[in-house]
Design a protein around this ligand. Structure first.
Ligand code: RFL
Ligand code: PHB
Length: 394
């Protein structure tokens, strides 16, 4: 026997995109049902993004979930690019008048869950076999199984917020969907450690041995990354090996301030650029990693997911409140225009800052020339800065 549930918007995926969309719609009096194949503890535990654009903070404020962020988040008004020992600071505040906020994705997710649970939002966790159907009808149905029972959510719209490996994108027929992809020939090995950061701002370093990033989650917790081979196994990387390599890539002046300790998280993530077009099929709308992936170098993945959700929530609220579909009709093209600009920036910064095994000496010189140009040109630095703090919504 199938249990039927009726709602206005069925949201597949309760990562940051799905949770924020649900909250923004709830604030406008729109009903949602949210489902996820994992549970809350698992989703909150995923250590990922750390840098929030100004617009992301605004969206969290609009959703009413920014109190702790304002208390605990760290405002950063610049970051460093390092190239074979030379350093160039991108002064975000001076170049753009804006800052970014360092606050972990784990915390954003926790704040959103706390709020949704306080409002008794219906969640379906640990669901299996999720199938979005009837997407071109005016009453789509999302079917799934939970605890051996069949459930069907009847809705006006489906929001596919189920990440890169989700089912929503796959529900778009092959003759409609176009995908664009670049897979990078290396990964990022990341660790978390309960020690003060090596520097009060982030350092992105290109070294002949590979890229390194010094980041943080708070004044006492650091996050470091090293470019690694895709064949590497986390087990090959003892903490000692990680610290030795990080010291080499950051250089002696910075390394002198490095406080090491036992890591409590260590994982390898591949780097990919990916875009799916269109981001709408019938009454299905894709948002976040379900539609696009950026390499983490520009710190854009979570921010891009939030930008999609701002556009989509605005369009859905306009539909229910004013009865007009102008922004829904243009959602895909508006979102994609911004997505491609952010893809471009993430690709540019990734290309500049990594050691590419296949690069010829010419391409290596081009990287160096780009760094030298950035270091000497305020215009070039401002172009990096305005992308890093976040491009306008549309
Ligand atoms: P998520 O977070 O992947 O959430 C998708 C949710 O959908 C669920 N799901 C399903 N649910 C039901 N049925 C199915 N069939 C389903 N399949 C999947 C999943 O369980 C999950 O809960 O996507 P969302 O919401 O679009 O959010 C995107 C962000 O998580 C992602 O872009 C960022 O984490 C990327 N990222 C960074 N972004 C930044 O803005 N700044 C950063 O500094 C940054 N650093 C990073 C990153 C990602 C990293 N990794 C590991 C990929 C650093 C790393 C290392
Ligand atoms: C992080 O702290 O996890 C982080 C920061 C900046 C990036 C990517 C990841 O560009």
């Amino acid at each position: 026997m199938t249990q039927y549930i009726d709602t206005q918007v069925c949201i597949i995926g309760s990562g940051p995109a799905g949770l924020l969309l649900s909250q923004l719609l709830a604030n406008a009096g729109i009903d949602t049902v949210v489902l996820d194949r994992k549970d809350r503890a698992y989703i909150e535990g995923r250590i990922r993004a750390g840098v929030l654009e100004h617009g992301t903070v605004t969206a969290l404020e609009e959703a009413g979930v920014a109190d702790r962020l304002h208390r605990e988040g760290l405002l950063h008004d610049g970051f460093d690019l390092a190239f074979d020992g030379d350093r160039h600071r991108i002064d975000l505040a001076a170049l753009t008048g804006k800052t970014v906020t360092v606050y972990g994705q784990t915390e954003v997710t926790k704040d959103l869950f706390d709020r949704r649970f306080a409002e008794a939002q219906p969640f379906y966790f640990n669901v299996e076999d999720v199938r979005p159907t009837d997407l071109t009808s005016d009453r789509p149905v999302v079917r799934f199984r939970q605890d051996g029972k069949d459930v069907a959510v009847r809705c006006d719209y489906v929001a596919g917020c189920d990440g890169f490996h989700g089912v929503s994108r796959q529900a778009i027929p092959g003759d409609v969907l176009r995908t664009f992809e670049r897979v990078y020939p290396f990964g990022w090995l990341g660790i978390m450690v309960e020690r003060p950061p090596v520097s009060h701002e982030l350092i992105y370093a290109n070294h002949a041995r590979g890229f390194a990033l010094a980041s943080m989650r708070s004044k006492t917790r650091s996050r470091y990354y090293l470019q690694c081979s895709l064949d590497d196994d986390v087990a090959d990387w003892s903490d000692d090996r990680f610290w030795d390599e990080l010291r080499l890539r950051l250089g002696p002046d910075t390394a002198a301030h490095l406080q090491t300790g036992p890591s409590f998280e260590k994982s390898i993530a591949p780097l990919r650029s990916f875009v799916a077009e269109p981001m709408r099929y019938g009454n299905l709308f894709l948002a976040g990693d379900a539609a696009h992936i950026v390499p983490p170098t520009g710190a854009k993945g979570l921010n891009l997911a939030v930008a999609d959700v701002r556009l989509l929530s605005r369009a859905l609220i306009e539909h229910y409140r004013d009865g007009t579909d102008h922004h829904l009709e243009h959602y895909s093209e508006t979102a994609l225009r911004r997505v491609w600009k952010v893809e471009r920036f993430s690709w540019q910064l990734s290309t500049l800052m990594h050691h590419f095994p296949e690069n010829s000496p010419f391409e290596a010189r081009m990287q160096r020339a780009e760094f030298d140009y950035l270091s000497s040109s305020e215009a070039a630095s401002r172009a990096i800065a305005e992308n890093y703090v976040g491009l306008p919504l549309d």
